[in-house]
Design a protein around this ligand. Structure first.
Ligand SMILES: [Fe+2]
Ligand SMILES: [Fe+2]
Length: 156
């Protein structure tokens, strides 16, 4: 059976949670591993957020009742992106790299909980099933396209 929009989002969130956990466990001694894992998780994160913005958030922004939560989610995503770009400019063996990453991880964890606990329930309450089904199809397409394009430029 085809996965629902909610399932796709939750599976992504689990993957991102695990991936960030693994990055947090990398050592300053092994920057190659750190770079590889961070680059992968960053590409997945950006593809995921972009797919959400193009589908569920865009739809929620159409209505007064759902717009505020979508705007808040997107603001969290924007801040996470700013911090991620800042982190790209910190050397992987700098002592500040890990604390900066951990702060970013905390924000993203909070953001994903917000989506699971507030965004998804409201979306399911306010949007009809046909719309949610369509958003699920679009989500998958946007995410694939975005992930394919994502090539990380990393100067270190
Ligand atoms: Fe998000
Ligand atoms: Fe999300």
């Amino acid at each position: 059976m085809k996965r629902s929009l909610e399932q796709m989002i939750e599976e992504d969130h689990d993957l991102l949670r695990n991936g960030m956990e693994a990055v947090a466990d990398t050592s300053i001694e092994d920057v190659d591993e750190r770079l590889e894992m961070f680059a992968e998780i960053e590409s997945r994160l950006f593809a995921h957020e972009k797919a959400e913005q193009e589908t569920i958030h865009a739809q929620m922004k159409l209505y007064d009742e759902t717009k505020p939560l979508a705007l808040l989610a997107e603001e969290q995503e924007r801040i996470a992106k700013v911090l991620t770009i800042e982190l790209q400019n910190v050397k992987l063996d700098d002592e500040l790299w890990l604390p900066k990453f951990l702060a970013l991880q905390g924000l993203i964890l909070q953001h994903m909980s917000f989506e699971e606990d507030s965004i998804m329930p409201l979306a399911k309450q306010m949007l009809d099933q046909a719309t949610i089904n369509r958003l699920g199809i679009d989500f998958e397409r946007h995410e694939k396209e975005e992930f394919k394009q994502s090539e990380m430029v990393y100067e270190n």
